[in-house]
Design a binder for this molecule. Structure first.
Ligand code: ADP
Ligand code: MG
Length: 260
């Protein structure tokens, strides 16, 4: 059965999508069948791997709200598309109407388990399932936490890096207690690290203190190539394999494969 990892932090702009896209691409490059699930209505992971938002027929929105095609239900398998650029990589795309799902699900029975049930149908098809999440702790993120085996928490090496972390860890504990006993923290990932800044070093030290042994050895540097790649619809390993950004996400993928 595939290992599911959710990239989660309710703060925006910390490197969730960059991490989800590039980790998924690097795992696939290692010939591990990998599924990237985009759970953010902004669709940045979907477009970041080169899918055109306008040509997407059905998305995770249709799956978790159970709309659409056959007998009124859309299954996960119906929405998954293979990446045209990276073998072994498939994508379960998002669509902008996902923003409405949060509200639509409120009155639905077992609404927190919609994604989990949908993923259960396809977990055996992949070695890894990587989920990108929205910048909130709403019902979509709860669905993700209920559906995943582990959480990877990207932390931007900036002011207020640890702000909101207590709330995130508390939400994880609540989900462990009520929805998903097997949920674990895969690790915290330092992102946008700038070796020239004392601040980056300070944040790294604070994060290592806060997460004790659970911080990835890989540190993602601030690298302009990582921010350019999405506008070409390419993961970093296709955009600039020699960049420090590519090196760091290949190293992260290796750490994750070694974690088992
Ligand atoms: N290591 C990095 N170096 C430089 N820019 C980065 C890096 N990681 C992310 N970015 C850029 O920072 C912005 C926010 O990153 P993103 O992954 O979209 O965060 P989130 O999904 O948490 O909102 C994006 O413009 C992205 O391209
Ligand atoms: Mg994002």
């Amino acid at each position: 059965m595939g290992k599911t990892i959710a990239v989660c932090n309710q703060k925006g702009g910390v490197g969730k999508t960059t991490t989800a896209v590039n980790l998924a691409a690097c795992l696939a490059a290692a010939e591990e069948p990998t599924l990237l699930v985009d759970m953010d209505a902004q669709c940045n992971a979907t477009t970041g791997v080169g899918l055109d938002r306008d040509t997407i027929q059905a998305s995770v929105y249709d799956v978790i709200t159970r709309r659409g095609s056959r007998d009124g239900n859309t299954a996960m398998r119906d929405i998954i598309v293979p990446s045209e650029r990276i073998r072994y990589l498939s994508i379960a795309p998002a669509s902008t109407d996902l923003a409405g799902a949060e509200v639509e699900l409120v009155n639905v029975l077992a609404r927190e388990r919609r994604l989990r049930e949908a993923l259960d149908e396809i977990r055996d098809d992949y070695s890894y399932i990587i989920i990108d999440t929205p910048p909130s702790l709403g019902l979509l993120t709860i669905n993700v936490l209920a559906a995943t085996r582990s959480v990877l928490i990207p932390i931007q090496c900036e002011y207020y890096a640890l702000e909101g972390l207590a709330e995130l860890l508390n939400t994880i504990r609540l989900v462990q207690k009520n929805l998903n006993r097997d949920l674990v923290i895969e690790g915290a990932l330092l992102t946008m690290y700038d070796t020239r800044l004392n601040l980056s070093r300070q944040v790294a030290e604070d994060v290592r203190g806060c997460f004790s042994g659970r911080v990835f050895d890989t540190v993602v540097p601030r690298n302009v190539k990582l921010s350019e790649a999405p506008s070409f619809g390419k993961p970093i390993i296709l955009y600039d394999i020699m960049s420090s950004g590519a090196e760091s996400y290949l190293s992260l993928a290796k750490e994750i494969m070694n974690n088992g």
